[in-house]
Design a protein around this ligand. Structure first.
Ligand SMILES: [Zn+2]
Length: 418
């Protein structure tokens, strides 16, 4: 279990002060924004100053914070030659800004989340936007997390639903991970997978409480989000908690950035994309072994030049990076491809067991909407066409094996190139 103390309860600020006193921390740089400073940042600042401690502030006047050059620089300007503990009072973007600046100025940071919106609070890597392109940079996890339950429960329902969507995506992530273990020799940890499943099940059981934003529901959701983060830390990468639903979400996020459109909450995209990935698993369940065998027989290896052309056409300036990322797939020989097809057939029964564990898309849609999340692209301000494009092309973003890689070989509907 990751060695990061977590406080999740009523009096998070008092616990934070106790923690700082016990660890001789008395110089701080508090990072917050126009929303989170009045909600919680001010209270944290006052509690630390009451002890006579030194608190510098980096409070953005903006309410829509993007983890990009502009915001990172604002925090950097507040850094001085004193060794400080950074306090990230906010949700995902603000935590990532604090994560990178604290790390690069060789200071620790403490996460003080204000909404149960993502599972990335304890991540070692920062999801940043540089020159309007999303990129992931290694930084550091927080030294501790202090989550104030009344603040989390008072968060806007859209942010709570986003956290729920991020958790619902684990239904796909876990199945994709199993496919990768069976078909692509990826390492797998049954122990970590069962922890992620426990988080997923706990939230599904608490769907209505979460949808109502009750303190008990929000506590369960936040605990699941934090534990999912711990699973990624313990495993060493995001594999246990991110599958094709996340790659589709990244694809859409990059598109929104490129087109200078307003951001959509991470978990809102993940939840909606999970429904489409679940639809692929539903198709997989309907294929019996003889049909699978016939489809595999007919399957043609994707043409390397055509694949590279498609990557160039869809991804433009990051195409060269994706050629490297996709090398394990692009460089497959005809013999490798035949071997993979054989492997799919050999493991057909196990693949069916994996597929049977993914809920029906209608079931996931019902859960998501009960938690207050959008289930259609238009609910998120996206078009059906661009979500369809994400479904077809997002697999180029990562070199991991997912339902999309399998679905392309088996000729699942809705995965063919338009
Ligand atoms: Zn996520």
């Amino acid at each position: 279990m990751a060695d990061i103390p977590l406080f999740l309860g009523e009096e998070a600020v008092a616990s934070l002060v106790q923690y700082c006193a016990a660890h001789d921390l008395d110089h701080f740089l508090l990072v917050a924004d126009g929303n989170t400073y009045p909600i919680l940042g001010q209270k944290v600042e006052a509690a630390l100053k009451d002890r006579g401690w030194d608190v510098r502030l980096a409070v953005f006047s903006e309410v829509n914070v993007i983890p990009n050059e502009e915001f990172i620089f604002q925090v950097l300007l507040q850094a001085d030659d004193v060794k400080r503990t950074y306090l990230a009072v906010g949700s995902g973007a603000l935590t990532d800004i604090t994560r990178i600046v604290s790390h690069r100025t060789r200071c620790p940071f403490i996460s003080v989340p204000t909404a149960p919106s993502v599972d990335g609070f304890t991540s070692p890597s920062a999801a940043l936007v540089m020159r309007r392109i999303k990129t992931t940079v290694m930084a550091q996890p927080p030294v501790a997390v202090f989550a104030d339950l009344p603040t989390l429960a008072a968060a806007p329902q859209a942010m709570i639903a986003s956290g729920y969507g991020d958790i619902l995506g684990k239904a796909i992530a876990l199945a994709d991970w199993q496919l990768a273990r069976l078909l692509w020799n990826e390492p797998y940890s049954p122990e970590i997978a069962s922890r992620v499943r426990a988080s997923l099940d706990a939230c599904i059981d608490a769907t209505d409480e979460i949808g109502q934003g009750s303190p008990d529901g929000v506590r369960k959701l936040m605990f699941s989000l934090i534990d999912s983060g711990f699973c990624m830390l313990d495993y060493g990468n995001s594999r246990p908690a991110a599958g094709y639903e996340h790659y589709m979400s990244h694809f859409l996020e990059m598109k929104l950035l490129r087109e200078d459109r307003p951001a959509v909450l991470h978990g809102a995209k993940v939840g909606m994309c999970s429904l489409l990935a679940a639809e692929l698993y539903a198709q997989l369940r309907r294929i019996d072994r003889p049909t699978a065998s016939a489809r595999l027989e007919a399957a043609v290896q994707p043409d390397r030049a055509a694949e590279m052309q498609r990557i160039r056409q869809v991804f433009g300036s990051i195409a060269e990076d994706l050629f490297i990322e996709q090398a394990p797939f692009l460089d497959m020989t005809a013999a490798d491809f035949d071997q993979l097809k054989q492997r799919i057939l050999d493991h057909w029964e196990e693949i069916q067991v994996v597929a049977s564990e993914v809920p029906e898309p209608e079931k996931l849609a019902d859960l998501l909407s009960r938690a207050g999340g959008g289930t259609r692209p238009s609910d998120l301000g996206l078009s059906d066409e661009e979500v369809q494009q994400a479904l077809i092309d997002a697999h180029f973003l990562r070199n991991r094996f997912t339902i999309s890689k399998l679905g392309r070989i088996l000729g699942l509907e809705s995965l063919s190139t338009v």
